[in-house]
Design a protein around this ligand. Structure first.
Ligand code: ZN
Length: 63
């Protein structure tokens, strides 16, 4: 299993498809904020990592 899993999602602001590298060793449940590489708005990310990679992924506008 690779240490980093590439995950693609749609920006909740501009609907661009962007991809991020998820550090699957950082924990089973992760939440962090990343900036959209297209519109530079802060996106709140919540995800769950299982042994086969990212299984649940939620990207929404930071409130
Ligand atoms: Zn965007």
């Amino acid at each position: 299993m690779p240490v980093e899993d590439e995950y693609s999602f749609v920006c909740p602001y501009c609907s661009a498809e962007i991809s991020i590298g998820v550090d699957v060793t950082a924990g089973r449940r992760q939440s962090f904020t990343t900036d959209c590489e297209v519109c530079c708005q802060p996106i709140s990310i919540r995800l769950t990592v299982e042994s086969d990679g990212v299984t649940a992924f939620n990207a929404e506008r930071e409130s």
